[in-house]
Design a protein around this ligand. Structure first.
Ligand SMILES: [Fe+2]
Length: 350
């Protein structure tokens, strides 16, 4: 598989693949691409791909990943009027995928990234206007490595996504710092304006239950790709300290690590054109959208999120959630989130 460096980027991982035809590649070539993507973390392919083919390729590497609470709602593990809006909004943001490829069901792991609103003012995509802060998706889950694939469909020119990998920064830290990182656990909290300033209530809810479903979720700070490449699962706006450490000490370490991680050399800035694909890791990488989207923007992309468990053992979803020092089963966690949501819903009604 032929690769070349990404433009204006100095990191040791990340590349462009330029000798594959995504439409006709055979299964061996697709699997080889999957392994390269997992190890290189941020991979660009300058090619148009239909939503269906995009989905086919990525799900041959691993099962689709839908945010935990989105799954709970769809599977009716949590239910009731306090979940009705979230369920409805999950349907809205999947609608236009049907329209672009009518025989593709509302597939788990697949969503539309656009800023259009329908006649009733409801979002047709997962995010709103403005910019998006650094983040990794489903950031508060101690999960196997997950991969996002973004494919630009139309009106993407003039917009940019930034991709950052933490591998180089981690390798440059002292061995003492590396050992400390391997010991630390992050506490997460949901900050409503943390990722974007201008989310509608519906998008707010969708995003909240993608990111931090319940304050107190925990993730190990150290992470690696399924191929074994070390890095940091760096918490951005959801950071609420390290387990067993004072706030002051936690923020001191967080700010020291921020300086090492947000190094322009390790950030790839991708200026979009229609008909392109970016694959990007969620375990040791972050991404953001610096482009300030305004009303009327028509930029539309398909986003697919998968695990890599068809390529690597143990790269599938976990059967637990870390929360407040406990390792909970999904049923136990669902009960807690449900009670939290119900209480918030009752308050919002009054
Ligand atoms: Fe994202």
């Amino acid at each position: 598989m032929k690769t070349r460096p990404l433009k204006n980027y100095k990191g040791s991982i990340g590349c462009e693949v330029y000798d594959i035809d995504l439409a006709t590649a055979n299964q061996d070539e697709i699997m080889e691409l999957g392994k390269l993507v997992e190890d290189q973390c941020n991979v660009f392919i300058n090619q148009k791909v239909t939503p269906r083919r995009h989905y086919e390729i990525q799900t041959s590497w691993g099962q689709p990943s839908r945010a935990l609470l989105h799954n709970y709602v769809v599977d009716k593990r949590v239910k009731g009027t306090h979940w009705r809006n979230l369920l409805a909004n999950l349907g809205y943001v999947a609608r236009e995928i049907h329209n672009t490829d009518t025989d593709l069901d509302m597939s788990p792991g697949m969503s539309q990234v656009s800023f259009r609103k329908d006649a009733k003012g409801r979002p047709t995509g997962i995010f709103a206007n403005g910019t998006l802060n650094w983040h990794s998706d489903q950031c508060a889950l101690d999960e196997a490595p997950r991969l996002n694939g973004l494919s630009s469909l139309h009106d993407s020119a003039g917009s940019r996504t930034d991709f950052l990998q933490t591998h180089d920064a981690f390798m440059e830290l002292s061995s003492d710092m590396q050992s400390m990182i391997k010991e630390l656990k992050v506490k997460h909290t949901w900050r409503p304006m943390g990722i974007a300033k201008d989310l509608s209530d519906a998008q707010q809810e969708l995003t909240r239950y993608n990111m931090v479903s319940l304050d107190g979720q925990e993730t190990p700070l150290y992470s690696e790709t399924a191929s074994g490449r070390p890095g940091i699962k760096f918490p951005s706006y959801t950071f609420n300290g390290f387990v067993g450490m004072s706030d002051a000490e936690s923020w001191k370490i967080h700010s020291m690590l921020s300086q090492a991680i947000y190094n322009p050399d390790y950030i790839y800035q991708h200026d979009w054109q229609d008909g392109q694909v970016m694959y990007f890791d969620q375990s040791i990488c972050l991404h953001r959208r610096p482009t300030n989207i305004v009303d009327g923007d028509q930029r539309t992309m398909t986003r697919i999120v998968t695990f890599m468990d068809k390529l690597y053992e143990n790269a599938g979803p976990r059967d637990y959630v870390l929360w407040n020092g406990q390792k909970l089963t999904h049923n136990e966690f669902a009960v807690l989130v449900d009670a939290d949501r119900k209480a918030a819903y009752e308050i919002s009604k009054n």
